[in-house]
Design a protein. Sequence first.
Length: 333
Amino acid sequence: MGRKRSRKTSRSSSDNLAFVAVGWLLRSRWGRWALLGFNLLLLLAGGGWYLAQPAERKTEIHQLLGNYMDREKQVNLPELAWDLWQYYYGDQFVASDFKGDGGFIYGGIPDTSHFGTKVRLLQNAGYAVGYSDSRKNPVWVAYRLFDQAELKKPGERPDGFDVDSRTFAKVRSDDYTNSGYDRGHLAPNYGIALCYGREAQEETFLMSNIVPQKHEMNAGPWKQLEMRAAINYPARYQEIWVIAGPVFGDNPATTKGGVPIPDACYKIMIDETSGKLRLQAFLMPQDIPEGAESESFLTSVDEIEKLTAIDFLPELDDAAEDKLEARVAGSVW
């Protein structure tokens, strides 16, 4: 993982100069006019394209346009144009016969028969967990987030974390105290609260949903993706499925409370539309540079499966699964 990280996060001096130049341009008056002109061109081109579309497609576009106009949903015009291109003309999607049931887990319960320890399924109001008592950690968490007509403010964040009485490990919040690691949510507080309400939000503070995470990851790119999946993606795609979990080395260190510390964490995001699927997957090592962007950690599901010994999406037809899991997304959606 170290080699991959350095390759993806390093930038050449010419790259840095380019980023500085673009930043200066966008802050300048001429840069703002150029951006406005670009958006106007997109609107004009999009308007002509829209008029030529069949009625059924226009209905789909109307919904996307409504969310674009809602500024709280944080969808910008280039994203809208890119999404429309990908839906109807791009190559990111793979056809699949799998029919999801609208539950938390897309593509079937992850297969942990080769994980090496027993993994038990725990069902909650807003997410599902595959929990390992011997690891004292969840090994996967799955949830589904969907578009809201109105983005209501969730309830206040609970004061603390609770022992999950369903587990034998009975990990406590104090087992993380003075460890140097955050109590990192796998199923997110904000997104679950937004879609499933207060009871579901409180259940995200069960210790069976928590893994040790360095603060730079937890408050950085991990949180960036959580918020994007809660607000931006449902507005663009109607719904999104997420599977997240830890990656352990052969002999993991532990907190003072005896909780094994993962080397990295993964996140797999699934978008389905009209019988077509696409994935983006991320692998984030604990030691990441401050200010790192989530795009630096794109990987394939195949790579995550190799590191975790977990088979994801086992109920997909083999052709679609093989094609989807081998891909590395070219950029963050």
